[in-house]
Write a protein that binds this ligand. Structure first.
Ligand code: COI
Length: 394
């Protein structure tokens, strides 16, 4: 709530007692306004049934990153009378949602998303999530930028856990993870340009394997100096849906020429690395790892943050620099790799810039391989988590 604009905060403070009472009524299914809200809420959701899809139809060995639907999703709404709070959420069958044609998200891209993964714990029941509270906080940060209310960290993390437990289609160890996609959108109708009157928080899930078609093999990037992903003062530093469709053209062009993805440069000087369409980028030269500093145009990735911390750890003791990284720095690097929830840690074997192809080290003795192994061992529960990054889901 502290991240909402000041005017909205003071309205919320003045009326918070009413909200708490309404939320309590709603949760208790109590009388007055609460029960009518509850009825409206319940009638707007598809109801749970108990027919889970069979796991037999999933080819766990060839998951990739295609959409394999699961059975349930989590939905929670914030209406005008909730004054920025999300009073109550619920699991319902995975399926299409109803949206006003004039919803804020459809008309003005008032929306954010997150990406996270749950893994099966080895040798016992249950699953692990990786730093889910970081995703919750990033959504709150983005919501403030996009003039939206956001769920609390506790609401977000509980909703994610409920979604994992309801679906249980987490791939077997070593085959992938259950990808969770929290969305926050202006679902209420609005015609003039303004924040929507109602918001929907939704989480759906899909079992996934490797993001790139290359699998775990090194990828080939191309630098695009025509298209830019973000500009100073805009929304490159938050995970708004509006950051992603604009890269599709550059990405499609790159794929049609045989590249895996696009590496974007800054829009002002056109010489500093920003990020790849779906992930952050790192370079390695000698014992020094460098990655573009997050100053508003680059997404503050949770994998990025974790990799920086792991590289700086005593065991590795690499120097890590968050700074401007120029295209010349990259050309001169020994190694290049990308990080992201979907991508994990992906080694880059070539980067093509202005028609010239530059090659980088990949393989068993590289820093990216070392970081990949350390990170995924923690995420999958194969190594002790001394950092308290994993959260159990039982
Ligand atoms: C993720 O890594 O989870 C993302 O949100 C990137 C997306 C484009 C797949």
């Amino acid at each position: 709530m502290a991240l909402l604009p000041a005017a909205m905060r003071s309205i919320l403070r003045a009326r918070s007692t009413r909200v708490r009472r309404a939320a309590r009524d709603l949760q208790a299914g109590g009388g007055g306004g609460g029960s009518s809200l509850l009825r409206r809420w319940q009638s707007s959701l598809p109801q749970l049934d108990h027919v889970d899809r069979s796991d037999d139809e999933i080819d766990w060995d060839n998951l990739g990153f295609g959409l394999t639907p699961t059975d349930y999703m989590y939905v929670m709404r914030s209406s005008p009378e909730d004054l920025g709070a999300f009073p109550r959420g619920e699991l319902c069958r995975y399926g299409n949602i109803e949206l006003s044609p004039s919803s804020g998200v459809l008309n003005y891209a008032q929306g954010l998303f997150e990406g996270m993964k749950a893994y099966r714990r080895p040798g016992r029941a249950g699953y692990t999530l990786f730093r889910p509270e970081e995703n919750a906080r990033r959504m709150q940060f983005g919501a403030e930028r996009m003039c939206m209310p956001a769920p609390s960290v506790d609401q977000f993390v509980s909703a994610v856990k409920e979604t994992v437990l309801a679906n249980r289609r987490v791939p077997p160890q070593g085959k992938g993870g259950l990808y969770l996609r929290p969305l926050l959108m202006g679902s209420g109708p609005i015609l003039g340009l303004a924040p929507a009157p109602e918001y929907t928080f939704l989480i759906y899930a899909a079992p996934v394997g490797n993001y790139f078609k290359e699998g775990l093999a090194p990828i080939n990037l191309v630098v695009d100096d025509e298209f830019h992903r973000a500009m100073p003062g805009s929304t490159g530093g938050v995970k708004t849906i509006a950051n992603y469709a604009p890269v599709l053209k550059a990405q499609m062009d790159a794929k049609s020429k045989g590249f895996t993805d696009v590496l974007y440069l800054d829009s002002v000087h056109k010489q500093y690395l920003e990020e790849v369409s779906s992930c952050n980028v790192f370079i390695v030269k000698g014992g020094v790892v460098a990655t573009p500093a997050t100053k508003g145009t680059i997404l503050p990735g949770i994998t990025r943050k974790s990799v920086i911390e792991l590289a700086r750890d005593r065991g590795y003791n690499y120097k890590v620099e968050e700074r401007l990284v120029s295209i010349d720095d990259l050309i001169d690097a020994d190694e290049v790799f990308c990080t992201g929830t979907a991508v994990v840690v992906a080694p880059v074997s070539t980067v093509t810039n202005k028609g010239r192809r530059h090659e980088f080290r990949t393989g068993p003795d590289t820093m990216s391989q070392e970081l990949y192994t350390t990170l995924t061992s923690i995420q999958m529960g194969l190594a002790e988590d001394n950092k308290g990054w994993t959260v159990a889901v039982d």
